[in-house]
Design a binder for this molecule. Structure first.
Ligand code: CMC
Length: 436
């Protein structure tokens, strides 16, 4: 038996029999995958197009090889470049993690201080972009403002079109990481009708973000250190999540050779959706609707009847507790201790307790995801609900950039162009409108 097992392992191929023809094919296996194009040789007759796989939502299709982020969804493991997310959240800083994701290794002390000062030197946006932002309607959703402003950045930096030049890439990476919090803060101030605060590059990344949003000319103003730390850690926890919807969008648009601003505007647009980064806003709306612990049983009945979803629960990849959610729960306790509690946290904790015991959720492996507690923290820090996804976008930016950079260096990659199974009409003749 052992011999037989060894023989099979050494083959490292997959044998497929097409029962329509009785023909057998041997397909090479590499990294536990077969190449989809190897299936094309499987035909009933020579004129056939050949076999394809059908995979809506890409649930079982690897679109790339990557060395950036490792997720083991069954065991709730997340690592950036091999480092466990828990260690990075505990010991690192957001800009250090950004460097790690983009360039593959933790920076030396010198590299880190140069990197931090370079990013912070790129925090000012062009005055014309600021003026453009001021033309949005007073109640424009900040995600709409963010998406449009990221796209607009490409018009200020046309050299970014040289997407394969590593120096040009590095420059756009600094610009994007530096300017994103400024755009986000301006969007926030615009929404609440307050003057914009220009960046303060002597502050740390998350501190500067809080400052730009918060400062109102107080003579003794100081950034709340608990808030700045919480934001920095939240950014780390959101920094990458391998081939999720927005990242795949960034790679997909990038695959056409578009500049990183245009690609990232698309990624941010994907993040805006309530099934992705918009879920943290949806969680707060859900908690507001539930209002009180006593209303939870009735809400759960609606979830089970599939009238509503329990927002902040479930994940395509995690079939276990999302490791980010565990850590975020801890930050929620710290921030709420600072601001003096929030009844929404009690509702959320009770929802989680019930869901983790309920057969409906247990059978479907539905656990809290990153968005379940993040919204409560943002709300406790005073962010309006429609800013939540913007904060997610700032955190995710290094991941988008790292994945885009990796894409541009991957010689195997081509323009993203999935196939379809056509089930429409066969050829038919046009009928003039008067005859229909
Ligand atoms: N509440 C109730 N039922 C759920 C939920 C939920 N949140 N999520 C999944 N299910 C059920 C679903 O009805 C289905 O049941 P059945 O097999 O009986 O029809 C089963 O679980 C599988 O669901 P699915 O929709 O096939 O799973 P998916 O992998 O396509 O969807 C998801 C993943 C995240 C879109 C989904 O779980 C969801 O809508 N969750 C709520 C929104 C949310 O919190 N999104 C944030 C995701 S994490 C942050 C990010 O990546 O952006």
């Amino acid at each position: 038996m052992v011999q037989l097992w060894k023989y099979h392992m050494s083959k490292n191929t997959l044998t497929v029999t097409d029962n329509r023809t009785g023909q057998t094919y041997e397909l090479p296996i590499e990294n536990d995958t077969i190449r989809a194009l190897d299936l094309r040789q499987i035909k009933v007759n020579p004129n056939d197009f050949g076999m394809m796989t059908y995979d809506p939502g890409y649930a079982n299709t690897a679109s790339t090889k990557s060395t950036i982020t490792y997720i083991d969804g069954a065991n709730g493991i997340l690592r950036y470049r091999g480092y466990p997310i828990e260690q990075l959240a505990e010991k690192s800083s957001f800009l250090e993690v950004a460097y790690l994701l983009i360039y593959g290794e933790l920076p030396s002390a010198d590299q880190l201080s140069t990197w931090q000062s370079k990013v912070m030197r790129h925090t000012y946006i062009h005055e014309s972009l600021r003026q453009q932002m001021q033309t949005f309607r007073y109640d424009a959703h900040p995600m709409g403002m963010l998406i449009s402003s990221i796209a607009a950045m490409s018009t200020f930096h046309p050299e970014a079109k040289d997407v394969d030049d590593p120096d040009v890439q590095d420059k756009q990476i600094l610009r994007i990481l530096g300017k994103l919090p400024t755009i986000a803060a301006f969007a926030y101030r615009h929404r609440i009708g307050r003057p914009y605060n220009y960046p303060n590059s002597s502050l740390r990344y998350a501190e500067n973000m809080v400052y730009m949003m918060d400062y109102m000319n107080q003579s003794n103003y100081e950034v709340n250190p608990v808030f700045a730390k919480a934001l920095d850690v939240l950014f780390i926890l959101h920094a990458d999540h391998e081939q999720n919807c927005s990242t795949s969008t960034m790679r997909g648009i990038g695959s056409a050779g578009s500049d990183p601003y245009s690609s990232m505007a698309g990624a941010a647009a994907a993040l805006y959706g309530p099934s992705h980064g918009g879920a943290n806003q949806a969680v707060i709306e859900m908690l507001n609707e539930i209002k009180d612990v006593k209303n939870i049983p009735a809400f759960m009945e609606r979830v089970k009847k599939r009238e509503v979803r329990l927002m902040g629960f479930g994940h395509r990849v995690y079939k276990n507790y999302d490791p980010r959610a565990k850590y975020i729960k801890k930050i929620a306790d710290e921030v709420l201790a600072e601001v003096g509690g929030n009844p929404m946290l009690d509702v959320a904790k009770e929802l989680e307790r019930i869901a983790l015991e309920d057969d409906f959720f247990v059978a479907r492996n539905l656990y809290p995801n990153v968005d379940f507690y993040s919204g409560i923290i943002y709300q406790a820090m005073g962010f309006p609900v429609d800013m939540f996804t913007v904060l997610f976008a700032i955190g995710r930016a290094p991941g988008w950039l790292a994945q885009w950079r990796e894409f541009t260096q991957d010689k195997e990659q081509r323009i993203a162009r999935p196939r379809q199974v056509y089930l429409g009409e066969g050829e038919r003749n046009y009928i003039p409108v008067e005859d229909r």
